[in-house]
Ligand binder design. Sequence first.
Ligand code: GLN
Length: 499
Amino acid sequence: EYSDQKQMLGHPQGLFYLFFAELWERFSFYGMRALLTLYMVNVIFEALAERDFATAAVYASYGSLVYASTVIGGKISDQILGMRNSIFLGGILMAIGHFVLAVENDIAFFLALSLIIVGNGFFKPNISTFVGTLYEKGDPKKDSGFTIFYMGINIGGWVAPLLCGWLAAKYGWHYGFGLAGIGMLTGLIVFWRGIKRNVFGARGLPPNEQVMNKKILGIKQGILVPVLAVISAPLIALLLASYKSIATDGIFGGQNIVNVIFQGIGIAVLAYLAYEMYRATLEERKKLFVAVLITVFMTIFWGFHELSGSVITLFAARNIDLEGIMSAAQTNSLNSMWIIILAIPISMMWTWLSKKNSNPRTPYKFGLGLLFAGISFYVLAISGASANANGLVPFAYLLLMYFLLSIGELFMSPVGLSKITDLSPKRIVAFMMGVWFLSSAFAFQIVGFIGKQLAIESTDKNVGGFDTLAIYTDGFMLIAKYALAAGLIVLVASPFIKK
Ligand code: GLN
């Protein structure tokens, strides 16, 4: 089953089709993300004094839903559609979403985000699992296959903000969004060619044709799923558009419907995990506990890391001296640039340390990853002291900040992904992968909370300089302290977690 595959550079040929398909999908995802916050502040919510608050709220809802949808997309793929159909369905919905964004209209805006949310739910989990199916269980090549795949993700994430940001600045927002849509279509064409050339063998087909043809309410499931997916988009759009807070104070103070929904999901997930732990054997229970801890640490890390598309983009626009270097949207490429530079050296470092029998255990790597995140925000926090007469700080601070944050990411994200599958009892491994993706979803609730705290209220469209500098740097200092404290706690606790 595995020897049927033609090899290329020592890997199954299929890897390179998935690599380019995901590269283009992430091109569209991050090209759009680089423009999203600035587009909301400058266009959608332009007329509001509290436009930063509204932007932070919608950004958080979008981010949470775009990652939570992967849980449902993964499940439907396992049971009905299979990976190939899911990837096509997801890719087409995402492409339509990007093209709808190119229409300048508020309703189109929320509908477009919803299409991307539903599309990503079908695309993202399935293209990642597809990579895994190319390798035999325990194949040592699998890890390097995933490293290559992670590079593809970040090549998309590096180039897209540069190009879409440039188009948006020179010709208008909608050209930037349009290019993202073209990127997504390119990804689908690559994937389709892979199928035509038969590089995937029988992988990724629906579990069986009966399931696809099974009728519910007289409609075949294989047709019902895409129909429901499309119908769900306007409903999600309604959720996104309900960004206003339910109450000004009390337990729901400053929170909107999506915030409350995610608190409900959080409680449900914890209750379900408690039930699983109760059912598990002692051995399983310990492993499950560590898997939960890893997910919690990851949520904290992404909660700070994912500020890059929101608060840090606004900080770049308002308080970094970008003159002659790049636009604020384009600064979104810096994280991916560093990942491309650092991914291979860091994975070589782990291999080298393993040979010397001193590869740090996962909890230590996680503690160090959080410390790197803390130091990275500390760098931004102290940048204020170097501000020029206009309240703008040198670009070098941002470059250094992303360098440190990206090291932290490489200490955690790839390591955690492989650990979570080892640690979960077999019967709930898919569910635990869902919980892993939910860590990104919950992280966006943190992003939203911080974004609202650091929202600048102003009627001045060009607000920035010394009016905003200290608000941001004080916020970054607080984030740095929280991240450093979390990192220290993990390091101190790691001997116990290791056991
Ligand atoms: N940058 C990675 C990707 O796009 C991980 C992002 C995340 O999980 N929050 O795949």
